[in-house]
Design a protein around this ligand. Sequence first.
Ligand SMILES: NC(=O)c1ccc[n+]([C@@H]2O[C@H](COP(=O)([O-])OP(=O)(O)OC[C@H]3O[C@@H](n4cnc5c(N)ncnc54)[C@H](OP(=O)(O)O)[C@@H]3O)[C@@H](O)[C@H]2O)c1
Length: 342
Amino acid sequence: MPTNHRVKLASRPAGGLPQPANFEFDAVETPALTEGQVLVKISYISLDPAMRGWMNESRSYIKPVQIGDVFRAGTAGQVVESQNPAFAVGDYVTGNLGVQQYAVAGAGATDPASPEYLVKVDTRLAPLETYLATLGMPGLTAYFGLLNTGQPKAGETVVVSGAAGAVGSVVGQIAKLKGCRVVGIVGDEEKAEYCTTELGFDATINYKTENVRTALRAACPKGIDVYFDNVGGEILDFVLEQIRLHARIVICGAISQYNNTTPVKGPSNYLSLLVNRARMEGIVVFDNAANYATAAREMAGWIQEGKLKSPKVQVEHGIENFLPALLKLFSGENFGKLVLAP
Ligand SMILES: NC(=O)c1ccc[n+]([C@@H]2O[C@H](COP(=O)([O-])OP(=O)(O)OC[C@H]3O[C@@H](n4cnc5c(N)ncnc54)[C@H](OP(=O)(O)O)[C@@H]3O)[C@@H](O)[C@H]2O)c1
């Protein structure tokens, strides 16, 4: 049986960025399979900003990872042993199998959030890693968050932050498909260039080098109809100043606040929602699980027709590099979808 190297949560970060001492590495033999089980060799571990929240004890949309547990993560891999007729050796699968090299799963779990639940994926339609990007959780977040909650209409102005990232790059492209003017907010010139030249955004704003308030005014002369917020903080306030009547603000994430040592900074401009009869609504991708397959099929069609580009996938290597790789999300050193090949 192969040896499985794993990353477990050893302690909860006190605030600020997670530290090496918060994690423990171990190695165990993979167990013999019982009926219904499969052994998956994990090829890619999805690194997501939400992982920072799962380290905290506080109440959220999903239970925190418990101390001593293998750290939760979306994964993609290949079945290497099977005692389950529904999965053959060689099948490619995705599941929340955690930060480890191998996982035993597949014994009839029906809850998509369960660490046992597996979905077979077709690597003839898209490369395996795309199932952790456009055709996986980030792409589905973009799809449902923008279309169901943002409800963009042709001719409207859509602003998205974290615009070159796994979620934001798909949001901007879907908004373009719907006939909108799209403005992306990023923290890097290369990312800005990518959004306009490769993804077809109409304009970008570099929040690290530009005055965001002034730049938004120039890029959105008619005001903002939809804001897809991935970052929170003061950028949300600047957007609220410039929304139009009946604007929709999609609260997807607030990465600027996840490692705070002080309380989360909320929007002081919230009365703009009143003045503009606007709506601000939080979304959680898991609420759409029943419709994932339909959405992924539609996006796969867009990819095949050349209408949607999958975000760049940045692969980091080595399970021992889990934490330094994860921290790239918070420094902006990742470009597109960040994954770890363990
Ligand atoms: N609600 C849901 O169901 C759901 C599901 C998935 C993801 N999310 C959320 O969606 C957001 C994007 O996730 P992702 O996976 O697509 O990540 P990502 O955009 O691929 O990577 C994170 C990016 O955030 C930007 N960033 C980091 N610190 C920042 C700061 N202080 N201020 C502004 N931007 C900062 C960096 O880009 P720059 O170089 O451009 O600064 C970084 O590359 C996150 O907030 C995540 O929690 C929510």
